[in-house]
Design a protein around this ligand. Sequence first.
Ligand code: 5GP
Ligand code: SF4
Ligand code: MG
Length: 456
Amino acid sequence: CGVFSIYGVPNAASLTYYGLHALQHRGQEGAGIVSVDESGTFRRIKGGGLVTEVFDEAKLATLKGSTAIGHVRYTTAGGGGMENVQPFLFRHNTGDFALAHNGNIVNSELLRRHLENKGSLFQSTSDSEILAHLIKKETRYHDRPRIFSIIDALNMLEGAFAFLIMTANRIYACRDKYGLRPLSIGKLGDGWVVSSETCAFDVLGAEFVRDVEPGEIVTIDKQGIRSRDYSMYKRHEMCSMEYIYFARPDSDIDGCNVHAYRKESGRLLWKEAPAEADIVVGVPDSSLSAAMGYAEASGLPYEMGLIKNKYIGRTFIQPSQELREKGVRMKLSAVRSIVRGKRVVLVDDSIVRGTTSRRIVTMLKEAGATEVHVRIASPPMTDPCFYGVDTSTREELISARKNTAGVCEEIGADSLVFLSPESLLKAGSRKELCMACFTGQYPTALYQSPEEANKD
Ligand code: 5GP
Ligand code: SF4
Ligand code: MG
């Protein structure tokens, strides 16, 4: 998912619309904006689909105020119903508030049961709502400022999160203590911007200020920004999938540009696994940077051997099995004149189920490639993710069932090499990174077995 917020800039909802549009790659299943005006009135619009499908000018004009938060949804935990589209809006006699979340709470089932036993009624099956109930229900001292209730609540959560909380006169921005999900702060005129990715700052002409730190809660209000640590345990185990696949290449995450990271991973991939070949081809769009790095390091020409049709929306009618067998392929096409008679190095960012690689290898060979050497800019994915990336269940992961030789055979490649975990770390000059889906070493406590992960 993606979260975004504007504080203290007129027409905050319209700016949030542009911000969410820049974060669209983080979730295409739903979008929502909540604004709050000077009189403290909260207004919300949300719906299923792309940002451009949910909002138009007339709707945005009704979302009055100079503060707003927004969300784009990517379904993992909680299922895909409309009630799970964020931001959530809570009406309360002590003041309304809205909440948007990216990530996944691993102890959500326990917390939900605990809260339900104490009388909470949940509107949704999303675990993001749990934080709101914790803030309200778990407050032991009702006369304290809200920040202390938020700090208490955050300390009960285990897992990955970037949370935005909006009250009538403040935005609170917080990140989990492991640093698994990104969240950055920018300055726009007299106001502030908070975004899952920095690419949204550039779109608005906002200036990057800094990242929200792991275990930190940043308060934004008319006094400016203030910081508090809600936890002393602080790691920098950013989700490696953010760099590998999820984030936009023009974003900087934890101070490292995503394109630069991918390109370096491609260079390291060549060092670890050079191939005798004629051209290097990347799988659009997420693998192009790694393919460029591989080509540059190897001295082989980088070629546009695959073209992606950009106009496949969510509502696109997918071809039936029969049509697929007849060769109707919607998303990617091989460029025959480029790959014919060539030995191709095919660079992709990751192999999950193996379906994409198998299709592309077949496609390249049908277009006349004589050999296809697959190079993957991440290690074999052997374990499920508990932190909000839908990398599927362990049974579905091809590398959990087969070794590299077996995967190579199944995708029909002439050779296959994955990047090592060491090089994945090195690509971003990082000491820490979550690589649990490649190593099985999870940074947090777990409340489910890996077999139960990613089963909604
Ligand atoms: P596979 O076809 O092996 O199941 O998936 C691998 C392909 O899916 C890669 O080309 C990669 O770009 C893309 N991919 C990697 N991670 C994810 C993810 O978390 N979600 C989705 N939808 N696609 C992914
Ligand atoms: Fe990211 Fe994998 Fe860690 Fe999940 S397990 S947070 S996908 S690196
Ligand atoms: Mg891909």
